[in-house]
Design a protein around this ligand. Structure first.
Ligand SMILES: Cc1cc2nc3c(=O)[nH]c(=O)nc-3n(C[C@H](O)[C@H](O)[C@H](O)COP(=O)(O)OP(=O)(O)OC[C@H]3O[C@@H](n4cnc5c(N)ncnc54)[C@H](O)[C@@H]3O)c2cc1C
Ligand code: SF4
Length: 498
């Protein structure tokens, strides 16, 4: 494994909102550009375990319908070349590997599953429980967000996770978040034939004269340039960097970039339409771990509006520093500090559609250019309106219907105000499919144009759905792992095994 970053240092700042939210301590300092040439400070992280070191660990399966073609208000969400049933066993394995805590049978859009969640759902704290009951009373089916945290609520003394307020967006100081370093990379390093080189930036892939095989992986490691070879090369640098690497590796045989006969590499960038909606009430919200409740009743639309709208859930509880980093419109008479103490902080996700002009390209110096024009926004606006309607119905024993003071949007993009910088859910830039004319990868995520190159991260998505992407990336990686094991044949014996 070649990783450009290092391990996240274990230090007190891991859990400092000021360091993480205001000072962007762990974000890359790399600078990209948008389509107009303006500087873009991407909210992304280069460490062992990738962005899962910082994720909120909401681990959702895509809906079964997301694998088929879906008609949205803004256009068509295309079908995947594999079915939900084909990925289901790997979703089950991924849920076990990443210790997902959840409850089946409540989410109305939930796809069929061959096993229960491996761990019970994470309980709601009182303010969220009250909202859960209110939502139920209004005819919705709220459910516990499936979460990859190593929390044992029955034996708190033995629980690795302490259920803290610095999870979503923060690295876990006590290694209790089920991230890719803790659950996948570190255990893999226990095998005799796995090695990890950190601070190893892959700058280019070289091919044989025929262009059919990758024959060299060029790595910048400190001041040195190193070259690696392998029978099979798997790229998993994240959707933006994987596309950039393939484009950067253009050669005589692959003039538009590696694996890019179809000209789709870098195109169809998706990242979800997300917004943080802060609902203010006179009653305080003392919740510590807020990300436990989700609502999918509007995911595919309603009787009045039959197009998909998306998914409602929560971000981690916002505090003063987090609010400062993306200051919302202020409620009259409220300070940011008061808002932080009284807010319910919703996270709304809607599907953006794969537009070929939303794409990753390179500038003259090889730097990343991310061109994006938002699309399919009507569904998201309707989802926001639904939430506003719901919250207006809130009444409490102390303040009645006066308790709710309105909803305020927060610009969640940390560190700067460029919305495009929020690339947390990046996907789609090296799409898979049956047809080499319209996709870069085959259904096994092997490049159509090369015999030994695979891309196995969020790049392969032909559509983004409207739930968080990581579990699908994990499940697909397990699927391709099985394929590669079959392709490589019987396992070689360990060195020195006699
Ligand atoms: C704050 C935050 C919260 C999130 N919350 C959730 C959530 O709750 N649920 C969810 O499902 N998803 C969430 N996500 C998204 C989730 O983290 C990503 O979908 C997931 O990590 C994507 O995996 P990936 O393998 O495609 O890329 P990454 O995780 O980005 O991994 C790519 C790796 O490649 C390395 N790399 C990049 N370029 C090179 C190169 N040239 N050479 C060598 N190494 C390279 C990077 O350093 C990194 O380690 C969140 C993301 C963020 C940032
Ligand atoms: S202790 Fe638990 S809640 Fe806190 S960061 Fe770690 S996994 Fe998240």
């Amino acid at each position: 494994m070649l990783e450009r970053g290092d391990y996240v240092p274990r230090e007190k700042e891991n859990w400092s909102s000021q360091a993480v939210n205001l000072e962007a301590r762990y974000n890359t300092k790399e600078v990209w550009r948008d389509k107009k040439g303006a500087l873009l400070h991407p909210h992304t992280n280069y460490f062992v375990g990738g962005n899962t070191k910082f994720y909120g660990a909401a681990l959702f399966r895509l809906r079964k319908e997301d694998f088929g073609e879906l008609k949205h208000h803004g256009g068509i969400s295309p079908a995947w070349p594999i079915s939900y049933e084909g990925l289901e066993p790997y979703y089950t394995r991924a849920e076990a590997l990443y210790q997902v805590h959840g409850e089946r049978g409540v989410d109305p859009t939930e796809p069929p599953a061959s096993a229960p969640y491996p761990h019970p759902p994470v309980s709601h704290e009182p303010r969220i429980e009250q909202l859960h009951e209110d939502f139920k009373g209004w005819g919705l089916s709220p459910f516990h967000t499936p979460l990859g945290v190593m929390l044992d609520e029955h034996e708190p003394r033995k629980s690795l996770c302490i259920r803290c307020n610095t999870c979503d967006g923060f690295p876990c100081l006590v290694q209790a978040k089920a991230d890719a370093q803790v659950c996948a990379v570190d255990p893999a390093l226990g095998h005799w034939n796995v090695e990890l080189a950190t601070r190893s930036y892959v700058s280019r892939l070289e091919t044989s004269p025929s262009g059919r095989e990758v024959t060299g992986v060029v790595v910048e490691r400190g001041d040195r340039i190193e070259r690696y070879t392998a029978d099979i090369v798997v790229v998993a640098a994240g959707a933006i960097n994987s596309a950039a690497l393939l484009l950067r590796s253009a050669n005589e045989r692959h003039p538009k970039g590696l694996a890019n006969r179809s000209d789709v590499v870098g195109r169809h960038y998706m990242g979800h339409t997300n917004s943080v909606q802060i609902a203010l009430s006179l009653c305080p919200n003392p919740t510590v771990f807020q990300k436990t409740l989700s609502v999918n009743d509007f995911y595919f639309g309603t009787n009045e509006w039959t197009y998909p709208m998306g998914h409602i859930s929560f971000v981690g509880k916002l505090d003063l520093h987090a609010l400062r980093a993306g200051a919302p419109a202020m409620a009259p008479g409220w300070t940011l500090e008061m808002m932080a103490k009284h807010s319910l902080d919703f996270w709304l996700t809607s599907e953006d559609l794969p537009d070929p002009d939303n794409r990753v390209t390179l500038d003259r110096d090889g730097g990343i250019v991310l061109s994006y024009t938002p699309n399919n926004l009507e569904g998201h606006e309707r989802l926001q309106a639904k939430l506003r309607q719901l919250m207006k119905r809130q009444k409490c024993a102390a303040h009645g219907s006066e308790c709710h003071k309105g909803i305020f949007a927060r610009n969640f993009f940390v560190g700067d105000r460029i919305p495009l910088a929020g690339v947390a859910h990046q996907n789609g830039t090296v799409r898979f499919g049956h047809d080499p004319a319209t996709s870069a990868l085959d259904p096994n995520c092997k490049a159509h144009d090369l015999d030994n190159l695979y891309v196995v991260d969020a790049s392969f998505f032909p559509s983004s759905a409207a739930v968080n992407p990581a579990l699908t990336v994990m499940a697909n990686a397990l699927r391709i792992g099985d394929h590669l094991r079959e392709r490589l044949g019987p396992h070689p014996l360990p060195r020195n095994s006699g």
